[in-house]
Design a protein around this ligand. Structure first.
Ligand code: FES
Length: 209
């Protein structure tokens, strides 16, 4: 014979268990939704390191001119063109580089050796690290070790006056390439410091003839 159903004043045992079960499911769904939202909402805001920096096109230096420092974004902006003899002492084409290097790049300000903050040296026309003496060309390629590789770069997106836009491509080694200007006028620029690619290990420039 079935056991008699326990009665709670005003509510049956079956109803009570049903309400508990419904409340548990609702709580679980609320936690699950909260977790999804927590992962979906970006934690880093625009203009904070790790996020996207909206940079004025006027910040772009002239061709092969010294780099422009972006302190908040922790990058140097450079405008390279090895087909242009302007500032060639800063940005020259090495003997193992078959194609011209042209365009705008954003270079991470941390040395690839042990993470010191290197500086641009106007007298020597190169980046120099004060910690152990690594040196880099204007585009971040290693001139002198102990740095194990060239400087890292962030993804750059340029918008042009014809309405088009172009982002950093990558070379066969996976390094971000400068965004070429091709004579176009830049009207907008973003640097995504959350999108970073490591510099590559090429022959030291000091070892090339
Ligand atoms: S950290 Fe830059 S050379 Fe060592």
């Amino acid at each position: 014979m079935a056991a008699a159903e326990t009665q709670v004043p005003g509510i049956s045992r079956r109803e009570f268990l049903y309400y508990i079960w419904t409340a548990s499911i609702a709580l679980y769904l609320a936690e699950f939704t909260g977790l999804i939202l927590w992962f979906a909402i970006p934690k880093i805001r625009e203009g904070e390191f790790g996020g996207v920096f909206n940079v004025s096109p006027t910040a772009i230096p002239g061709i092969n001119e010294p780099p422009v420092d972006n302190a908040e974004g922790r990058f140097w902006l450079v405008n390279l063109n090895t087909s242009d003899s302007t500032g060639i002492e800063r940005m020259y084409q090495a003997s193992d580089e078959s194609s011209p290097i042209e365009g705008v790049a954003a270079i991470y300000k941390v040395c690839t050796h042990l993470g010191c903050i290197y500086k641009w040296n106007d007298a020597s026309n190169r980046f120099e690290c004060p910690c152990h003496g690594s040196k880099y060309r204007l585009d971040g390629r290693r001139i002198q070790s102990p740095a194990p590789r060239s400087l890292d770069r962030f993804e750059v997106t340029l918008t042009f006056d014809d309405g088009s836009s172009e982002s950093s491509g990558t070379d066969e080694l996976g390094q971000f390439l400068p965004v070429p200007l091709d004579g176009r006028t830049v009207v907008g620029m973003n640097v995504d410091t959350g999108s970073q690619k490591k510099g590559v290990e090429l022959t030291l420039l000091q070892d090339l003839v």
